[in-house]
Design a protein. Structure first.
Length: 361
């Protein structure tokens, strides 16, 4: 299953009082997708990196309380429990993400599973939570297999990298355009394991980290080493070549600049602008055209500019882009086509076939 679809599972698990267990390779965005779901749905998100925790970090420290019946042992709640209970007290549900369960110590694994099943830590009960547990595949990593006897207590999924989902995430999180465009053109490089033993590969997390690093780097001579340090030799050498030639790539700013002050309000004006723009866009490949259109939509570029851009492409390219938007699971993307873009497409204009695609004549 694509990693982006795990959000649907979390939503269902919360509503049905269930838990989610996902298994997938490192770096594909398991923690990022849970954080994203929490943010979009108004949940407090608590991420627990289990392999680095002591049992006391997870369940708290014992304390002595004097009662009328004598001394009793109680447990002081760790800070993360207090944050969850405070969120619940303020009417905010929480998602508790237990990362890399299979690599944790046996004591941590046992405490974690008891916590998930009982929805409590010692005497500290959670009022409004959903648990998401993540693991790496046991046959590929130094990881303990999930107890099969517990599988019926979870919704269990095997997840994999999702290029469309990652590109959407990248646009929202200010990943460099050169990386977005490269992966849109070479999606197989998003999560790549080299054949050479011991060689570093690439992952969605590594690409995000590389973007952050390249933004901070001021030394051009260090770029190659920096790229290889994050995504390895096989992918890195290929990306470095792309990076150095990126100046030749058509960008949103180039489209807007090419149109300039040319009026684009009427059919005649849009036809003329599209013909002028065709000199720039005729060298764009299909994947690049789709990604460029998606950037325009994401950046809320004037729909008239987008219309002219689509009109400058061949009809197959333009129609494919609009079809892709209409078939997207995101309602906002479909609404963009139906309510914003189509309103700027005259019935007699070059994009008449696209209007028929969206059935709004």
């Amino acid at each position: 299953m694509k990693i982006t679809n795990i959000t649907k599972a979390i939503d269902i698990a919360y509503k049905s009082n269930d838990n989610v267990h996902m298994v997938g390779p490192h770096g594909i965005g398991k923690s990022e997708i849970v954080n994203q779901w929490a943010k979009e749905n108004g949940f407090h998100c608590e991420v627990l990196q289990l392999p680095i925790l002591e049992v006391s970090d997870l369940v708290g420290m014992p304390d002595i309380e004097v009662t009328k019946y004598g001394k009793v042992t109680t447990w002081a709640a760790p800070e993360w429990v207090q944050r969850v209970k405070e969120a619940n007290a303020n009417g905010k549900p929480a998602v508790i993400f237990l990362d890399e369960l299979g690599r944790a110590s046996i004591d941590i694994r046992q405490a974690s599973l008891q916590m998930v099943l009982e929805k409590r830590v010692n005497e500290h009960k959670f009022d409004d939570v959903v648990f998401v547990v993540a693991d790496n595949p046991a046959d590929q990593y130094d990881s303990t297999e999930f107890d099969m006897a517990l599988e019926d207590r979870f919704m269990s999924f095997e997840v994999e990298a999702d290029i469309d989902g990652w590109l959407s995430y990248a646009r929202k999180n200010d990943v460099m355009d050169v990386i977005i465009d490269y992966l849109a053109e070479f999606p197989e490089k998003l999560h790549f394991t080299p054949e050479t033993e011991g060689e570093k590969g690439s992952s969605p997390r590594a690409w995000k980290k590389l973007s952050d690093a390249l933004k901070e780097n001021k030394d051009e001579s260090f770029v190659y080493s920096l790229i290889l340090s994050k995504v390895g030799l096989t992918v890195g050498a290929n990306f470095f070549h792309y990076f150095n030639n990126y100046v030749d790539t058509v960008k949103v700013e180039d489209i807007i600049e090419a149109i300039g002050d040319t009026p684009i309000n009427t059919e005649k004006e849009q036809r003329a602008a599209a013909k002028k723009l065709r000199k720039l866009t005729k060298k764009i490949e299909v994947v690049s055209a789709q990604e460029l259109a998606e950037k325009m939509r994401h950046e809320k570029t004037d729909p008239k500019v987008v219309t002219v851009f689509l009109g400058s492409l061949n009809l197959e390219q333009a129609t494919a882009i609009v079809k892709n938007w209409l078939e997207h699971s995101d309602n906002d993307i479909r609404d963009y086509v139906l309510n914003d873009l189509v309103e700027n497409m005259d019935k007699k204009w070059l994009l008449a076939d696209i209007r028929r695609v969206v059935k709004k004549d």
